[in-house]
Design a protein around this ligand. Sequence first.
Ligand SMILES: [Zn+2]
Ligand SMILES: [Zn+2]
Length: 111
Amino acid sequence: MPTPVEVGSIVGKTFRITWSDGHRSTCSWKALRLACPCAHCRGEWADGRTVDPSSIREDVHPMRIERVGAYALQPTWWDGHNTGLYTFHMLRFELCECAECTAARSARAAR
Ligand SMILES: [Zn+2]
Ligand SMILES: [Zn+2]
């Protein structure tokens, strides 16, 4: 499993991670916030959605991002929400929006 060697600035337009295998991930802050895996966000919607997209501001971004052990990142969002632990696996394989991963994901979905 690759690990992040560099995590982009929280004031950047999107979230960026450079991985130990050289892959560069990018993900919009809003998509990242919507994917919050914490029990609170997951439990809000019975149909499996996480967070109501209309409740998240377009320009949402974190105040800081901390690394949790060797497996996750924990952002503290503008609104103080910080209970979501984003595992490296999730960031790399579910949330990465780079051209390569987007193409790979839609190829999987088309099958
Ligand atoms: Zn949450
Ligand atoms: Zn990617």
